[in-house]
Design a protein around this ligand. Sequence first.
Ligand code: HEC
Length: 191
Amino acid sequence: MIKKIVLAAVICSVPASVYAVSIDQQSWVAEARELVKKFGHKLKRARKEGLSEGGESKALEVCHLKAPDIAIELSDETPWTVRRTTMQTRDLDNAPDKWEMKVLEEFSRRKKEGQLKSNREFYEIVDYDGQPYFRYMRAILITKSCLKCHGEHIRAQVSSQLDSLYPFDQATGYREGDLRGAYTLRRKIGD
Ligand code: HEC
């Protein structure tokens, strides 16, 4: 009986070698890094434009509207699916799947042990919906500029906007340097 259970566990946990896939991991990692940079820049630009147009409330509105669109745009333009995820969601569409949760837990362990700043990435070839995928995540840390919308002291107007846009918001109360979440990218192997 014990043998059977062990065998089942092995079968479930070796998808990469079952597929016998081979990719040039370093060039895929380089592409993923490039996309993360692009995503980050676009988000930053959107927040900045909002801020200069109409302050924090406008910036919030812009984030609310544009962040999901930017992710979709990058996913449409490339062979990758590009998202952000977190253990404490604001937008429930960004909730992690099982693999992402495992990596977020790994990032949080690294954070506790003081290793995250120098080691923010995780990637692996895994099964996704029965197909071999290359999956990549990069941790996102809170900086000063995030605190207006994710910090401990949020202005009343922004706070009430958040309440109405995201009644289940869990993404406040952060401090500088905290782990906020991660960029998460996946790409099917063989396409
Ligand atoms: C002007 C307000 C505002 C600022 C400033 C801001 N965010 Fe956000 N953040 C939002 C909104 C609104 C969402 C939900 C957007 C969406 O639907 O993806 C969000 C979502 C996120 C998510 C996706 C996960 C989730 O909870 O839905 C991450 C990760 C994130 N923010 C990180 C950051 C970081 C890091 C900074 C600072 C560099 C930052 N944010 C600054 C408003 C803001």
